[in-house]
Design a protein around this ligand. Structure first.
Ligand SMILES: CC(C)(COP(=O)(O)OP(=O)(O)OC[C@H]1O[C@@H](n2cnc3c(N)ncnc32)[C@H](O)[C@@H]1OP(=O)(O)O)[C@@H](O)C(=O)NCCC(=O)NCCS
Length: 220
């Protein structure tokens, strides 16, 4: 199980708690591993990884949309405890097989190129995120999924640095189109303030910082 924000990960670091990590790493692993195993058994995989020789330098995680009935993906962040991360009961849920799913849509949960916790990140803006997303599109087409959705925000630096998501342009370049605009209620505090500063600097209104876009690519 990769705690990717502390990457790039090697064969040895992938099994260890990151330095100054305040959450119980063993407890996270105990919850995450059965969940990942069940997802992989049921759907074949749930992540695309990018490698630079033997280092893992990028990850894009995705799940069937059906697993999120209320639309929110809270509860599936592998780096956090509940409610943002999975609980013991998450893996005990019923995961229907693809042939029993009516809405064959995959949802991108999060992605990262390099690491958000290291001082230097030589892996960002080198096309790694785009390549992982292209791999996901090919994999999804080959395995019978009919569409892919991803959440996007306004195109500002602080979002690309912190969110595990991308701006609309990232997805539009891959052929995704906008299908829904909502308000992001999870944004607050200093992060929201900085986001507002950056959207205003781009000539947008402060409230645009909370714009949450659903981008979709139809594969059929
Ligand atoms: C989202 C992310 C994966 C994008 O991956 P990437 O490999 O850096 O992106 P790409 O090089 O493929 O960029 C593709 C397009 O996205 C857009 N883009 C990417 N980074 C951008 C940035 N910082 N600012 C504005 N646009 C950006 C551009 O349109 C870019 O095309 P261009 O470079 O031709 O202009 C990366 O920014 C990332 O890792 N973010 C999350 C970091 C994080 O801290 N997550 C923690 C949560 S757990």
């Amino acid at each position: 199980m990769a705690l990717f924000a502390w990457g790039p990960l090697s064969k040895t670091s992938i099994e260890k708690s990151p330095p100054k990590f305040h959450t119980d790493f063993k407890k996270l692993r105990a919850v995450n591993i059965p969940l990942l195993e069940k997802l992989i058994e049921t759907y074949g995989t749930c992540a695309i990884l990018a490698k630079d020789s033997d280092l893992v330098v990028g990850s894009l995680r995705f799940y069937p949309k059906i697993l999120f009935p209320e639309g929110s993906m809270i509860g599936f962040c592998l780096q956090q405890e509940p409610p943002y991360g999975p609980s013991e009961s998450t893996a005990a849920r019923e995961f229907p097989s693809l042939k029993n799913i009516q809405d064959k849509t995959l949802k991108v949960h999060c992605m990262m190129a390099g690491s958000s916790q290291q001082k230097k990140n030589p892996y960002k803006r080198k096309g790694i995120g785009t390549r992982m997303a292209r791999e996901l599109i090919c994999w999804a087409q080959e395995h019978g999924w009919e569409s892919i959705e991803a959440t996007a925000y306004e195109e500002v630096e602080i979002m690309y640095a912190n969110f595990g998501a991308a701006g609309r342009s990232f997805w539009e370049k891959l052929g995704f189109g906008l299908v829904k605009t909502e308000i992001e209620h999870e944004l607050r505090g200093e992060l929201l303030e900085k986001m507002q500063e950056q959207v205003i600097a781009k000539g947008l209104a402060a409230e645009d910082a909370r714009n949450k876009y659903t981008m979709r690519l139809d594969l059929t």
